[in-house]
Design a protein around this ligand. Structure first.
Ligand code: GDP
Ligand code: MN
Length: 385
């Protein structure tokens, strides 16, 4: 799983790595926006909603104010705005904060990003002189305009790599120096924050001849959060669905999906196999949920409540292979939650392994209406209906 940061949080971190970012501040109310305009002496400003999704410009979440009065007006419009696009999913996300900064005169927009390339298992720098638009689109239409350079886990781009980057981007002289410094800082920040993605789109060349960061997206690998306490404190649970926030609280691996069959499984591999089987049987999973190997009754019950709180779910499949996990624990958790919430949805259960007979007995004697199956395919067929 991955922890996403807001643009203003990412920029705060990037500043510490010596990267050039136009002065900015964050407001949660119109009054705060007015104060910021005064403090920064702004008569013009860019205002941007802070949500965990890109494409804000196109969705009306980035506005330009030409006067101080307009700054307040636009702030009022943007704070509390709900943005819906492909990246947010059908429910959209709400902006509780906006970033306010001094507008920059743009000469050219570039793309610069770093991520882990899972195929070659190394960090890579991705660059394009075609910034400001979606990089996936550039990759599709004009792949020759994208440069991909692997680098080491020390976060250091070598001089020859930086020179190659400058040439590819068309940077010369002072501009090349500034651009190379920026790339070096990004690579260092990427490694030191244990990021899985750091994306600057756009990186811009200004009229004054500077290279500055206008937008920043930073996502952190949550396996590294134990040594990223500053980032843990920045996490904003208001940007994910209620289900995701609850799962995080109970330390359950939960990922929402678009289908209507709720899944409760133990083990990530089995969970993926279960989702594949549902698909093969003509259905679509509503979620990925791995209750893990060490869950107790309460955690299982919470997982079940999370599945049930998703209004899309019209059928539930519980698929457990008891190894360390005890089938009776699963049965107790599911039964407790199902009785408490008086579920009416069809419930299909497939249990195998550790203490399976006891688990089955508990389900049989629970009084719940359950379709039980001994193998995964039958279970999936029953769940899809
Ligand atoms: P996104 O749409 O969520 O990626 O939000 P961005 O922060 O990237 O903003 C969208 C676009 O607004 C950028 O690609 C820029 O073209 C434009 N933009 C943002 N800040 C400024 C600025 O200070 N000056 C100018 N001229 N354009 C800006
Ligand atoms: Mn952007």
């Amino acid at each position: 799983m991955i922890v996403n940061l807001h643009e203003y949080q990412a920029k705060k971190i990037l500043k510490r790595f010596g990267l050039v970012i136009p002065e900015f501040s964050v407001a949660s109310t119109t009054d705060e926006a007015k104060e910021i305009a005064e403090q920064l002496g702004l008569d013009q400003a860019v205002l941007k909603i802070q949500v965990h999704a890109g494409g804000r410009g196109k969705a009306g979440g980035v506005k330009f104010a030409k006067t101080r009065t307009q700054i307040a007006q636009l702030a009022r419009e943007l704070i509390g705005m709900k943005m819906i696009n492909q990246q947010t999913g059908p429910d959209g996300v709400i902006a509780h904060k906006i970033l306010i900064s001094k507008p920059v005169d743009i000469v050219r927009e570039f793309y610069l990003g770093t991520l882990i390339d899972r195929k070659s298992a190394v960090p890579v720098l991705i660059a394009s002189p075609e910034g400001g638009m979606e990089i996936e689109e550039v990759a599709l239409k004009t792949p020759e305009k994208i440069l991909t350079m692997p680098f080491g886990f020390d976060g250091r781009l070598r001089s020859y790599q930086l020179l190659r980057l400058a040439k590819f981007m068309g940077w010369e002289g002072e501009l090349a120096k500034k651009g190379m410094q920026t790339a070096a800082g990004l690579a260092k920040c990427f490694i030191e924050t244990d990021a899985s993605l750091l994306e600057i789109n756009p990186l811009v060349q200004t009229k004054g001849g500077d290279i500055v960061i206008l937008d920043a997206k930073l996502a952190i690998d949550d396996n590294a959060l134990f040594r990223q306490s500053e980032i843990v404190a920045m996490y904003d649970p208001g940007q994910v669905s209620l289900q995701e926030a609850a799962a995080k609280e109970y330390d359950l691996a939960y990922i929402p999906m678009h289908g209507d069959i709720g899944c409760m499984v133990n083990g990530a591999g089995l969970a993926m196999a279960t989702m594949d089987m549902i698909q093969l049987c003509g259905g679509a999973p509503a979620n990925f949920l791995d209750v893990g190997g060490s869950a107790d009754k309460e955690k299982v019950a919470e997982g079940f409540r999370i599945i049930l709180s998703d209004p899309k779910v019209r059928s539930i499949l519980v698929n457990i292979f008891g190894g360390i996990m005890n089938c009776a624990t699963i049965a107790e958790g599911v039964i407790a939650a199902a009785q408490e919430l008086k579920i009416r949805l069809p419930l299909t259960v497939r249990l195998e392994g550790n203490n399976v007979e006891e688990g089955k007995r508990l389900f049989r004697e629970s009084g719940l209406k359950i379709q039980s199956a001994d193998d995964l395919k039958t279970a999936a067929q029953l769940a899809v209906g």
